[in-house]
Each structure stands twice: as structure tokens, then as C-alpha cells.
Write a protein that binds this ligand. Structure first.
Ligand code: UDP
Length: 243
């Protein structure tokens, strides 16, 4: 399937974090070969990592950090660097397709019981013969039980939808015990795959304005994005000026 045996990361630095600049195809190949933790980075996480040393360390030691969303693309542009955004949900979906083609077992952890079950059912409809070795909702008390079940499942792709930074911490604790597995923190992706939440129309996705569409439709999100997004831009401007 892939021809290169060895691939090196090509990263750019933003706010002390290394961000991969791979195309979608390259990122898929790298993730498949390397396994480990994929972080789908957005400006909110960058801002959180400033006060959350544990999150910062997790992002710094991730195996792949993809620029999820236009905010990171803009941030890098301000610094005169370039990376094309890769939507985390699309990256995760493409990973499911790739692992399914090879008949490798996958697992889905996170979201409500209903959303989790619906997401698994919808994915099984889309990918004939999909091998879902394990699935669990994201509202559990004891994560060590989930860790044990995941290890037993031998899943090679584990998608974790607990929101950030919970999903990044969950993956970080587990990854050393499952070194041949690819883990991706996927945020609200199960809600979309279950058809409970719609993605923005393609126009907004292509224009990098999915966040704006979601904020208008779900005004509660406004508080999450503002003032984080303008503050993020200010921080990056400061990084550029103080360089
Ligand atoms: N979630 C969960 N357990 C929790 C908190 C959140 O499973 O303790 C799920 C939630 O149901 C949703 C997903 O995590 O499906 C995260 O959604 P959000 O929209 O916050 O993701 P983001 O906007 O960060 O991508």
C-alpha cells in the first residue's frame, strides 16, 4: 500500500508546539506506519496548553499533531509559515477506511451511549465488514476498566471522543501499553457520524468557516470561541513581534 519505508516529520513551531505540515495523504501514511497518539490541534487547545502543563507536555510528545481548523493555519501564516489544515473528523474517517481495508480491528470510546451505538451502526453501514473490536460510551467512572478492555481487544485504531483535554490525557496514559495502536482524539466526531449533529454545509467547510456556522447555529459555543480566538491571534502576533 505504501512505498516509502521511512518518513520523517516536517513540523513548524507555534507557541512552543510542533505542528505537522503533511498533506492528508502523507499524514495518513505516517500515522499508519508510526502509530501512537494523534492530536488534532485547534486554537483553543493551544491557549489551554499555556496554563495546563500536562496538556502541553502531551501535545509536545504526541506522534503527530495535525492542524485541525483554519485557526492554526492562520496562526502559522502570521508567523510566515505554511501548513494546510486537515479536519480531524476527515482524518479519522480516512483512518477508519484504511484500517477497514486491511481488516484491522478498531475501537470507539466516547460520547453518550446512544451516540456511541449509533455512530458504530452508521460506520458499519458505510464500511462493509468493519471490525469494531470494542466500543464504550464516554461517561465512565473508572478509566482503568476501559484501559483493560481496550488492551484485551487488540484494537489497532482507537478513536477517543471525550472532548479536550480529557481525550488527550486518556490516550497519553494508555498509549505506552498499546505501542502498536494508532490513537486519535476526535472531539465531537461521533455526534456527526451518528447523524445527531450535522456538519456545516460544504461551502463553510471549504472556506474554513465551519466554526462560524456552528457558533451561529449553537450560540452556546460562542463563549468557547470568544475571547479564545482573538486572544490566540494576539498571542501569535506577539510571538512574531518578539521573535
Ligand atoms: N464527552 C464524553 N465524556 C465526557 C465529556 C464529553 O464522552 O466526559 C463527549 C461528548 O458527548 C461529545 C464529545 O465528548 O460527544 C466532545 O464534544 P465537543 O463538542 O466538546 O468536542 P470538540 O468541540 O472539542 O471537538
Amino acid at each position: 500500500m505504501f512505498y516509502n519505508n521511512y518518513m520523517e516529520r516536517r513540523t513548524e513551531r507555534l507557541q512552543d508546539l510542533e505542528i505537522d505540515t503533511f498533506s492528508l495523504e502523507e499524514a495518513l501514511e505516517y500515522a499508519y506506519k508510526t502509530r501512537g497518539q494523534v492530536v488534532t490541534l485547534n486554537p483553543e487547545m493551544v491557549m489551554n496548553s499555556r496554563d495546563n502543563a500536562s496538556l502541553k507536555n502531551i501535545i509536545q510528545s504526541a506522534d503527530l499533531v495535525i492542524p485541525d481548523g483554519v485557526g492554526i493555519e492562520i496562526g502559522l501564516k502570521i508567523l510566515g509559515k505554511k501548513a494546510r489544515r486537515i479536519a480531524g473528523i476527515e482524518f479519522a474517517y480516512a483512518c477508519i477506511a484504511m484500517f477497514n481495508e486491511l481488516k484491522l480491528p478498531i475501537a470507539l470510546v466516547g460520547a453518550s451511549q446512544e451516540v456511541n451505538e449509533l455512530a458504530v451502526a452508521e460506520l458499519k453501514k458505510k464500511f462493509a465488514g468493519l471490525n469494531v473490536a470494542y466500543s464504550h460510551n464516554g461517561f465512565f467512572k473508572d478509566e482503568t476498566l476501559i484501559f483493560e478492555d481496550l488492551k484485551k481487544s487488540d484494537a489497532e485504531l482507537v478513536l477517543v471522543a471525550l472532548g479536550s483535554p480529557k481525550q488527550e490525557e486518556f490516550i497519553y496514559k494508555l498509549k505506552k501499553d498499546m505501542p502498536n495502536t494508532l490513537f486519535i482524539g476526535v472531539g465531537g466526531s461521533f455526534d456527526v457520524w451518528s447523524n445527531k449533529v450535522e456538519r456545516a454545509p460544504e461551502f463553510y467547510q471549504k472556506a474554513g468557516l465551519e466554526w462560524l456556522y456552528r457558533t451561529v447555529k449553537e450560540p452556546a459555543r460562542f463563549r468557547r470561541i470568544f475571547p479564545t480566538l482573538p486572544l490566540f491571534v494576539l498571542r501569535v502576533l506577539k510571538e512574531r513581534i518578539c521573535k
